[in-house]
Design a protein around this ligand. Structure first.
Ligand code: ZN
Length: 237
């Protein structure tokens, strides 16, 4: 995936005022990608911006640097109490723009194309990695720290990013990647008196044995389909 820089001298941004980005806010643009680009580059726009935009074709545009604050989720101190996101309440009375990274999505009701979904999943992970690189700890990709604009501003933005935005699928996709961070060690060769096959691993205190070895032990054939993540075990009749 690549990120195409689209910010210009008219793009609105401010400093983060010493705050670290800890949350991502997802938005829907309500228009086309080209109208998003021109609005965030327009001299006439003195009210809003976002860090990123994701098109229906899966293209990622960046308008504001992660280290800077985009003007995407600003609310008055009075409205913070109306926010439904727990992180916004906890950070009260801090302006949510100070500690968030905002992603706009081309569209109207939250429906994402497959290319757009894949790109935004990648982008969420990229942002988390960049935050870790820049500030020493990753932005946590769960439902507390990845939120919708409607959770920040339910009064004025109840339909951003839209009722069809795939929250469950997004959280599942973001969670999958965390498996990579699990501590994987080589398992002992003998556990409870059983000799383990080669390739057995110890993940967080639990021993995992390769299915192929089990198949071999019982005289079956094991095949793996990476596309569907399915193992097929064929035993001799
Ligand atoms: Zn929004």
């Amino acid at each position: 995936m690549q990120i195409i820089q689209k910010g210009n001298k008219h793009t609105n941004f401010s400093g983060r005022g010493g705050h670290i980005p800890i949350a991502i806010v997802d938005h829907i643009s309500g228009g086309t990608m080209s109208s998003m680009d021109s609005w965030f580059q327009s001299e006439g726009n003195t009210v809003s911006s976002a860090h990123f935009g994701v098109s229906k074709t899966g293209e990622i545009h960046q308008y504001v640097d992660i280290t800077k604050m985009a003007w995407a989720n600003g609310i008055t101190v009075d409205s913070i109490s109306k926010a439904t996101a727990s992180i916004v309440k906890e950070k009260s009375p801090t302006n949510p723009n100070k500690y968030t990274v905002s992603i706009e999505h081309e569209g109207t009701d939250g429906t994402l194309t497959e290319a757009q979904f894949t790109a935004t999943v990648w982008l969420h992970k990229y942002i988390s990695g960049e935050v870790k690189r820049l500030y020493g700890k990753p932005l946590v990709l769960d439902s507390k720290y990845v939120i919708g604009h409607f959770q920040v501003d339910p009064i004025r933005k109840p339909y951003c990013p839209g009722v069809k935005f795939p929250w469950e699928r997004l959280y599942a996709a973001l969670k999958n990647e965390e498996v990579k961070d699990l501590k994987v060690d080589k398992a002992d060769t003998v556990v409870n008196g059983l000799k383990l096959p080669e390739g057995s691993v110890l993940i967080e205190g639990r021993t995992y044995v390769p299915l192929a070895a089990i198949g071999k032990a019982i005289g079956a054939q094991v095949s793996w389909d990476n596309e569907t993540k399915t193992a097929t075990i064929i035993t001799k009749a």
